[in-house]
Design a binder for this molecule. Structure first.
Ligand SMILES: NC(=O)c1ccc[n+]([C@@H]2O[C@H](COP(=O)([O-])OP(=O)(O)OC[C@H]3O[C@@H](n4cnc5c(N)ncnc54)[C@H](O)[C@@H]3O)[C@@H](O)[C@H]2O)c1
Ligand SMILES: [Zn+2]
Ligand SMILES: [Zn+2]
Length: 382
């Protein structure tokens, strides 16, 4: 089969690989019909995540058709159209039974912090991902769901990561009626977080980025008030000014490890690898939330420490909430919001790239060229 393969930082290509096979009776093999490239893939692509091995296939946001099932699979059959959450999880361990699917205890022998994620380096279990013609889906009775007949494929693929993750970011903010919510980052995850904040009762939603085309999308898609941080000496001071000098009630970091805005944070993280990621957006979040407020972190950071202003978070009495998204937990509510038309995930899709040209897709999305917000990857029918 054809699959995207990592060759080293900034180098991906399509290669012939062995088609995956059933390794356990509860596995399924899914023929991928649509995949996406996520901001998280960019951290891998840039060589920011440890133990990203040459030869690995990325892709944790994908849908497809069941091609083969193991002997114990009961909920899926060959030919079913399925959406697969980005988490690999067992469904019955201490954490899974409490809904913490992203923290499953049984799927990742390489780490004690994170569970399993498709195509996300050996720190997340070493599972090959879905930017390929076929993918092995372990615990096939647990993660995947059959795509409802009424649901569009492009909505379904974004429901396997970006959309539930943004929604989860707003949920972790524990937004109360009328509160001021600031979202750092206007990528797909930030745009979904901003749109979801209204659903949870926000009275004002503000989005910060430095890419004007994405801020325009935050206005049209998420009805947010927007500011470009490069146009202010200090974006934190500006946010204080426009919130009666109190700060926002809730701030959501949807930027993560590769935040722009500080030369030294960039050098010590991306270049020298002295930090697990540049905490610029996270520190701005801590500084711009009001005392006693909540900071929700869904931007991804590497396992090593980052220079976070923890003392200020303590002294301000902040609530800090964070996790990788437990995707399937969000589906029942999100299916209703998509069905009713309030959420139209596919409105964020800007590019549909054949798998053979995936290197171009990574380049466009990484360098934020050609108005790119969300690129999909389309494998040839096998
Ligand atoms: N927790 C989870 O489950 C989960 C799931 C999906 C993605 N993520 C993470 O969410 C983050 C965003 O993903 P995405 O797909 O939207 O990526 P993206 O790269 O498209 O978006 C990131 C945005 O942040 C902006 N940005 C950079 N520095 C900034 C700063 N200092 N302040 C404000 N904005 C800044 C960029 O210009 C860009 O628009 C990534 O870190 C990704 O790894 C986490
Ligand atoms: Zn992702
Ligand atoms: Zn589990």
């Amino acid at each position: 089969m054809k699959a995207m393969v990592y060759r080293g930082p900034y180098r991906v290509r399509v290669e012939e690989k062995d088609r995956p096979t059933i390794e356990h009776p509860n596995d399924a093999i899914v023929r991928v019909t649509k995949a996406a490239i996520c901001g998280s893939d960019l951290h891998l692509y840039h060589g920011m995540m440890p133990d990203t091995r040459v030869g690995m296939t990325f892709g944790h946001e994908f849908i497809g058709v069941v091609d083969e099932v193991g002997g114990s699979v009961e909920h899926l059959k060959v030919g079913d159209r399925v959406m697969v959450p980005f988490n690999v999880y067992c469904g019955y361990c201490y954490f899974c039974t409490r809904g913490l699917y992203s923290n499953c205890h049984n799927v990742n022998a390489n780490a004690t912090a994170v569970g399993g994620i498709y195509g996300y380096s050996h720190t997340c279990g070493g599972y090959d991902g879905g930017q390929s013609q076929f993918v092995r889906v372990p615990f096939a009775d647990v993660g995947p769901s059959i795509i409802p007949d009424w649901m569009d494929d492009e909505d379904a693929v974004l429901l396997t990561d970006a959309c539930p993750t943004g929604y989860f970011g707003a949920q972790l903010g524990e937004i109360k009626e009328g509160e001021v919510v600031v979202v750092f980052g206007a990528g797909p995850v930030g745009l979904f977080a901003a749109k979801s904040a209204w659903l949870m009762g926000a009275g004002r939603v503000i989005v910060i980025d430095h890419l004007d085309y994405r801020l325009e999308k935050a206005q049209s898609f998420a009805h947010a008030e927007t500011y470009n941080f490069t146009q202010y000496d200090d974006i934190v001071v500006h946010l204080k000014k426009i919130t009666d000098y109190l700060g926002a009630d809730v701030v959501i970091d949807t930027v993560g490890a590769e935040a722009d805005g500080s030369f030294w944070q960039h050098v010590t993280s991306a270049k020298l690898k002295l930090q697990g990621g540049s905490p610029v957006a996270l520190n701005w979040a801590i500084d711009s939330v009001r005392k006693g407020g909540t900071v929700s972190v869904i931007g991804a950071y590497g396992p090593m420490f980052s220079a976070v202003k923890f003392g200020d978070a303590v002294n301000k009495g902040l609530t800090l909430r964070m996790n990788q998204c437990p995707v399937k937990r969000q589906w029942p509510r999100l299916f209703e919001h998509v069905r009713s038309g309030y959420l139209k995930p596919k409105d964020l899709v800007t590019h549909r790239i054949p798998l053979e040209h995936i290197a171009e897709g990574y380049h466009l999305f990484s360098a934020k060229l050609d108005g790119c917000i969300k690129p999909l990857v389309i494998p040839d029918p096998a």
